[in-house]
Design a protein around this ligand. Structure first.
Ligand code: PGA
Ligand code: ZN
Length: 414
């Protein structure tokens, strides 16, 4: 594939912050991708390059754009690029750091995604199929639709309320993606009514990922009201929960400082076991801080009989080295897969392959700051991820991913 040109521009993400958009041209057309951006970012993630200074609150990405146009583009424009590994390897070489701090993971990820789209077009196949072929070089993986996890109540760093837990996700249990999406949207709509009736109109204001951000304090209150709304629609038995606690956000001086008081690791693990015994919770993401491996291991051994998955996000940051550490310490048995945590498609696929080899589950994930790019829908199908999380079944940038999955499902099942 011959690269005709590579350009980048500063666009807005879903929070109104600047982010990188890339436009890559080949003879097959113009391929566009946008870099997402986290708010509860893990300290072990690849570096998102921001300009600093006074302009745009220091959040400008002009340096990252300059790196694309002045460092990456001259190396690939007019050249033949034959594979994803080749373009990703070239960027890794140009960057030369362990954490992408020279070029910026936000610069690299947008180019990697746009190139992936272009390579798929070169073969005249859909993006999900191209990703599946890339992944199948490492293992045999049939195409399959992920179960969606809908973040219907937002807390933590994503909302202006007092909930410590960042995400209360509803995971419908139907057999097709389309049915799951319908159930998720139904619960979301009824939850809006329930919150408004109980707490007044301001309870249905939304957080960064489109879930409601009511002024609740305790996880039980959020879970109860979601169950109540589901019951009203006859959907109570058709949903389970996954929680993203994002516990690094409230870990201070060796304690988990919550509205329920300050917990040590083992006590907090007991609290989770109690919660799981009362509610249909099938997964807990980031139950502890990103370097508190010991507490993760305690919870994993306590939960061995429950079948609840323990999901690394800030702990594992889509990085094979961190995933190996977590495996050695028996800290979790599932990962969040976010391309921008590591920077390139090639490395993200290596993390996915490692997770699969370990027998772990994968949740492909958006970021709280998103663009309209629906790349992760194809990624989830291509690697046969068990789950995808893309926020609430509402808001354009969240719905874009779910709607793309509807389309893929109808094509695969034709
Ligand atoms: P972030 O949150 O995109 O703000 O990091 C998402 C998550 O923690 O899963
Ligand atoms: Zn998370």
């Amino acid at each position: 594939m011959k690269i005709l040109s590579l350009k980048a521009r500063e666009i807005l993400d879903s929070r109104g912050n600047p982010t990188v958009e890339v436009e890559l041209k080949t003879q097959k057309g113009e391929f566009v991708s946008g870099a997402p951006s986290g708010a509860s970012t893990g300290i072990h993630e690849a570096v998102e390059l921001r300009d600093g200074g006074a302009r745009r609150g220091g959040l400008g990405v002009l340096k990252a754009i300059k790196n694309i146009e002045e460092i990456i583009a001259p190396k690939i424009e007019g050249k033949e690029i034959s594979s994803q590994e080749e373009i990703d390897g070239l960027m890794l070489e140009l960057d030369g750091t362990d954490n992408k701090s020279k070029l910026g993971a936000n610069a690299i990820v947008a180019v990697s995604m746009a190139a992936c789209r272009a390579l798929a077009a070169e073969k005249n196949i859909p993006l999900y199929q191209f990703i599946n072929e890339l992944f199948n070089q490492k293992r045999e993986q049939p195409l399959s639709l992920p179960s969606p996890c809908f973040n219907v109540i937002n807390g933590g760093a994503h909302a202006g309320n007092d909930l410590d837990v960042q995400e209360f996700m509803v995971v419908p249990q139907a057999s097709s993606f389309a049915e799951n999406l319908e159930i998720g949207a139904e619960v979301y709509r009824e939850l809006k009514n329930a919150l408004k009736n109980k707490m007044g109109p301001s309870a249905v204001n939304v957080g960064d990922e489109g879930g409601f951000a009511p002024s609740l304090e305790y996880p039980e209150e959020a879970l109860d009201i979601i169950l109540e709304a589901s019951e009203k629609k006859g959907l109570r038995q058709k949903i389970k929960f996954i929680l993203d606690v994002a516990a690094s956000q409230f870990f201070e001086e060796g304690k988990y400082k919550t509205k329920m008081g300050a917990f040590g690791g083992e006590d907090f693990a007991d609290y989770y076991c109690d919660l799981i015994s009362k509610y249909p919770i099938i997964g807990i993401e980031d139950p502890f801080a990103e370097d508190d491996f010991g507490s993760w291991t305690i919870l994993k051994s306590k939960l061995s009989d429950f079948g609840t998955i323990i999901v690394g996000d800030d702990l594992t940051v889509t990085n094979p080295e961190r995933i190996k550490m977590a495996a050695d310490k028996k800290s979790c048995d599932a990962i969040i897969l976010k391309i921008n945590q590591i920077g390139t498609i090639t490395e993200a696929l290596a993390s996915a392959e490692l997770a699969k080899r370990l027998g772990w589950k994968i949740i492909v994930s958006h970021r709280s700051g998103e663009t309209g790019d629906d790349f992760i829908a194809d990624l989830a199908v291509g690697i046969g991820a068990e789950f995808i999380k893309s926020g609430a079944p509402a808001r354009g940038e969240r719905a874009a991913k779910y709607n793309r999955l509807l389309k893929i499902e109808s094509k695969i099942r034709q």
